[in-house]
Design a protein around this ligand. Structure first.
Ligand SMILES: [Zn+2]
Ligand SMILES: [Zn+2]
Length: 240
């Protein structure tokens, strides 16, 4: 578990729960909210991290998903066994979460099933939701997947962007990645001003918002090296 800023904590991630896990965040408060919840293999470690903050899975009121991929959301079915947490996803990634489609959830990359999870509400561009006394804003940032969203909130005087895989995520036709959409999404994020940024597989820390420029400049270049192994059939990790 890593305290990031204010009530925003990292509770899942490649370095703190399981190597396959994406970053997931707990916003503490009377009604704790998870942004993503990591993969099913990392669930025991996620629980330990929640406990370090004084919570059990049963305390979680909502899980708000950046998108419907295995490494971000496949622990949802296990959370459901221990809580009444409601799940919110963008409409474009909804069906795969409810069916567990191995391509669209990117679970084929991990050779594990994605346990289907009922979605209770949909996220749309411009939506806002309260968590931990902060106001989180939803930005639809398709490109990595059609239903990818990012969130931002002002926390302790800083504009914080939680980008999910919209920043530095992998590109693959099987997960319906779209370069044109992605360019537009990054241009939108660049036009906004963020003090600090965290993304789906980044370091367990906040980084300066100026890093968005690098991501924009390298879009279309940076994922090629990750992408290539899938074309020669030797596997790799594009689910980032
Ligand atoms: Zn992803
Ligand atoms: Zn990911």
């Amino acid at each position: 578990m890593v305290r990031l800023i204010g009530r925003l904590n990292l509770v899942s991630g490649g370095e703190i729960s399981h190597p396959w896990d994406a970053n997931a965040y707990l916003i503490t408060g009377d009604e704790p909210v998870l942004i993503d919840c990591g993969g099913s293999e990392g669930y025991p470690a996620l629980k330990r991290n929640l406990r370090r903050l004084g919570y059990e899975p049963g305390d979680v009121s909502r899980v708000i998903a950046t998108h419907g991929h295995w490494d971000h959301l496949s622990a949802m079915a296990q959370i459901r066994e221990e809580s009444d947490a409601r799940l919110f996803v963008h409409a474009a990634d909804r069906e795969q979460v409810e069916t567990g489609d191995p391509d669209l959830t990117a679970s084929f990359l991990y050779d594990r099933p994605f346990p289907p999870a009922e979605v209770n509400g949909l996220l749309e561009d411009g939506d806002e939701f309260p968590a931990g006394g902060y106001r989180f804003h939803v930005i639809h940032t398709p490109g990595h997947s059609p239903g990818s969203v990012s969130f931002w909130a002002e926390i302790e005087g800083s504009r914080v962007l939680i980008a999910g895989d919209a920043l530095w995520g992998g590109f693959h036709p099987r997960i319906r990645s779209n370069l044109d959409d992605w360019s537009t999404s990054l241009d939108r994020l660049l036009a906004m001003d963020f003090d600090v940024v965290t993304f789906g597989h980044g370091p367990p820390d906040l980084i300066p918002g100026a890093g968005l420029n690098d991501a924009r400049r390298q879009l279309g270049v940076y994922f090629n090296s990750w992408f290539e192994p899938f074309y020669n059939g030797s596997g790799g990790h594009v689910g980032k």
